[in-house]
Design a protein around this ligand. Structure first.
Ligand code: CMP
Length: 139
């Protein structure tokens, strides 16, 4: 059965462009409930830890540098079928391939600076949410 939790970050490019509000609007209008949320700034260690699964990829260094280049918004979101529905809402990783009406089509500028993160599985949604939030911060 599909889980009802996903994890997202509004990335430094979208925060710099002042798009936190419009992106959160699209998320809540699509039926996601905010279960946890914080505005924070990753450093190379914490960004590197979050993306450790990509450590061997050629873009890892660039990814860690970008994700620690400015503040981000991290959130746990709740909705039936959360992971798949959220990936549909944000669109393809590469904004050039993202469908019309998706968050990345609207706000992302490149595959690296793609405005938002969304978990790729129920298992990773839990791991990623736990990376940022304690049980006392989830409602
Ligand atoms: P995200 O969904 O946060 O998960 C991994 C991230 O790696 C992805 O979004 C992209 O921002 C980034 N990424 C994936 N492929 C590339 C690439 N070819 N070059 C740079 N960054 C990439």
């Amino acid at each position: 059965m599909a889980g009802n939790i996903t994890f997202t970050m509004i990335k430094p490019d979208a925060v710099r462009a002042n798009n936190i509000g419009p992106i959160l609007s699209m998320i809540t209008e699509a039926g996601f409930r905010i279960k946890a949320m914080k505005f924070t700034h990753l450093n190379e260690t914490t960004a590197g830890g979050f993306y450790a699964v990509h450590k061997e990829r050629p873009f890892y260094g660039e990814l860690v540098e970008f994700m620690s280049s400015g503040p981000i918004v991290a959130a746990i979101l709740e909705k039936d079928n959360a992971v798949a529905d959220f990936r549909e809402l944000i669109g393809a990783t590469n904004p050039a391939e993202a469908a019309e009406g998706t968050i990345r089509k609207k706000f992302a500028t490149s595959i690296g600076e793609n405005a938002v993160h969304g978990s790729d599985s129920d298992e990773n949604a839990i791991i990623e949410g736990d990376y940022f939030f304690s049980n006392l911060e989830k409602f």
